[in-house]
Design a protein around this ligand. Structure first.
Ligand code: SF4
Length: 345
């Protein structure tokens, strides 16, 4: 596989630029990371060296298509990797921050029934460089609006690609300069990954795509639950919470008659309360391979109120980018999809 611009560690870059003084290596490293510059724009570096870097370290992402919605507030970018695989990332501008939602895999093996990425299957893990470059490209696109938050809620299950994701997290934090608490890893419940996360020192935020709090329904919505059922998941989350003293978020895509009933609220309340978790309620986004519909707005409000009556904090999240397939569960990375009214985790 081709080594790309953000795949190398700083010491590997120094080896590649053998003979160059340390300050020069620093200029290149800081220029492409904290200043988000392309090698060609490193004007403090001699021209020959800039050209050499461009040749030795090609970009990982080739832009194929960009679509926006919410008056430019949500931008979905489709990228082609050097081996032809496709991935998507989504940039969201808010009043007080800009957030990039990055992919960790091309496709996903988790097969969650309601998710467009799960419906296309797994291609491969992304490398550290391919993940980091999504953040850099978002920062370049954002211009003056600083990208301050990164969420691993794009294509793929980040904890199934732990090593590359974690080394990207360290780079995003240490070299690009985004605070660890502003980096969120979202998992569908890969318990060994949560256990590994518990051992790490950087206090990133953790979100769990829960969607059901009884094993029967969850086995259907998120088949990983057959391997790591709710009891094991709760135990891993409790250990994470004790070790990190961080509040965990539980994501709940609201599906009519599936997980928006009073019983479902009671089950979720019983799961969330001992964890002191915050619940995010997200209306289900349409995907081609899942026929169930989103809960009605009044059902969502009733569900939220019930949770709160059980002592669980819950927020109804608005969907960004639904009409461009950029919302949760909708990333699919198909070049052929027409972006129109029909247009992820
Ligand atoms: S919801 Fe997340 S883990 Fe499940 S299939 Fe989609 S991308 Fe994969």
């Amino acid at each position: 596989m081709v080594i790309t611009r953000y795949d190398l560690s700083r010491s590997e870059l120094a080896e590649l630029l053998e003979g160059e003084p340390n300050y020069r290596v620093d200029q290149v490293w800081d220029g492409i990371h904290s200043q988000h510059r392309d090698p060609a724009d490193l004007t403090n570096v001699p021209k020959e060296l800039r050209s050499a870097i461009e040749t030795l370290l090609p970009a990982a992402l080739t832009p194929l298509r960009e679509v926006s919605s919410d008056n430019g507030g949500t931008v979905k970018q489709l990228w082609q990797l050097n081996d032809g695989h496709l991935l998507e990332s989504v940039l969201m501008h808010y009043r007080d921050r800009s957030t990039v939602c990055v992919s960790s895999q091309a496709g996903c093996a988790m097969a969650c029934s309601f998710c467009a990425t799960g419906q296309i299957g797994f291609d491969r893990h992304l490398t550290t460089g391919e993940i980091v470059e999504q953040v850099i490209r978002a920062a370049q696109h954002s211009g003056d609006k600083r990208v301050s938050n990164v969420v691993f809620m794009g294509m793929g299950e980040p904890l199934a690609n732990f090593d590359n994701v974690w080394s990207a997290v360290e780079r995003i934090n240490g070299d690009i300069g985004i605070g660890a608490r502003k980096i969120t890893i979202s998992t569908v419940g890969v318990v060994p990954g949560i256990e590994r996360l518990t051992q790490q020192s950087l206090p990133v935020s953790l979100a769990v795509s829960l969607h059901a709090a009884n094993d029967k329904t969850r086995n259907h919505l998120a088949p990983i639950n057959r391997t790591y059922p709710l009891r094991k998941l709760a135990e891993a989350l409790q250990n994470y919470r004790r070790a990190k003293n961080r509040r965990i978020s539980l994501e709940w895509a609201m599906m009519s008659e599936i997980n928006d009933t009073d019983d479902a609220a009671r089950e979720l309340g019983a799961f969330a309360r001992p964890l002191n978790a915050h619940v995010n309620l997200i209306p289900l986004n349409p995907t081609p391979g899942y026929s169930n519909s989103a809960s009605r707005p009044d059902s969502i409000v009733r569900f939220r109120d019930l949770l709160e009556s059980f002592g669980v904090n819950a927020t109804i999240r608005s969907n960004r980018g639904t009409e461009i397939d950029a919302a949760c569960g909708q990333l699919r990375a198909e070049q052929t999809v027409t972006v129109s009214k029909r247009s992820k985790h």
